[in-house]
Write a protein that binds this ligand. Sequence first.
Ligand code: COA
Length: 174
Amino acid sequence: MQRTRMLTPDDGAALAALLTRVSPDTSYARFHGVVRVLTTATLSRLLDLEQGRHEAVIAETDEGIVAVARYVRDTPTSAEAEVAIVVADAWQRAGIGRKLMQELMTAAWQAGIRHFRATMMPESAPVRQFVSSLAPTTRGCIVDGKVVVTIDLPDSYFPATTPVRVGGPEKREG
Ligand SMILES: CC(C)(COP(=O)(O)OP(=O)(O)OC[C@H]1O[C@@H](n2cnc3c(N)ncnc32)[C@H](O)[C@@H]1OP(=O)(O)O)[C@@H](O)C(=O)NCCC(=O)NCCS
C-alpha cells in the first residue's frame, strides 16, 4: 500500500534509490536521456526545496519511494512553474500519477501558481494523454524538438481564495 507526502531534503538516499525501480524507457521520458545514477549535483538540485518555489510530492511504499512529482517556479512571484513527474514502472497505471499531480497542483495553487509547463519527448503519446487528463485546458507547442504543454490549473477544482464581489459595491440601508 502506498502513501503520499511532501519530499524533504532528508530523502536523498530514498530518492536516489527510486532510479533502481525505473526502466530505461521511463528514465528517458522523465530526464530526456537515460539516467541510471543521480550525481551529487543533480541530487542537490532535486532537494533544493522551498515552499512556494520548488515543492515535490512523493508516493512511497515499504520498499521506498515509487513516484515523485515536482514543480519549480519560474521566478519567486511567477504564476507559472515547470512540472515533472516519474512513476516507477511496476506502479504505473494505478492512479498514483494523477493523485500526486492533484496534490502538487493544490500546493502550487496555494502558492499563487496558476499554470504548469510540462516538457516531454515528441514520441511520448501516453504522457500527453496523461497531461490532458489532468485539467480541462491545456495547450502545446514544439520547442527545440520537444513538446511543451501548458496546463491551466483548473479554477473549479480549488476553493476561491478571495471572495469575488459581483455587481459593484454593496448598498447600505439607511
Ligand atoms: C506519465 C506517468 C507519470 C503516468 O503516471 P501513472 O501513475 O501511470 O498514471 P495514472 O495511473 O494516474 O493515469 C492517469 C491517466 O493518465 C492517462 N495515462 C496514464 N498512463 C497512460 C498510458 N500509458 N497510456 C495512455 N494513457 C495513460 C490515462 O488517461 C489515465 O487515466 P485512466 O487510467 O483512468 O485511463 C508515468 O507513466 C510515468 O512516470 N512515465 C514516465 C515519465 C514521464 O513520462 N514523465 C512525464 C515527463 S514530465
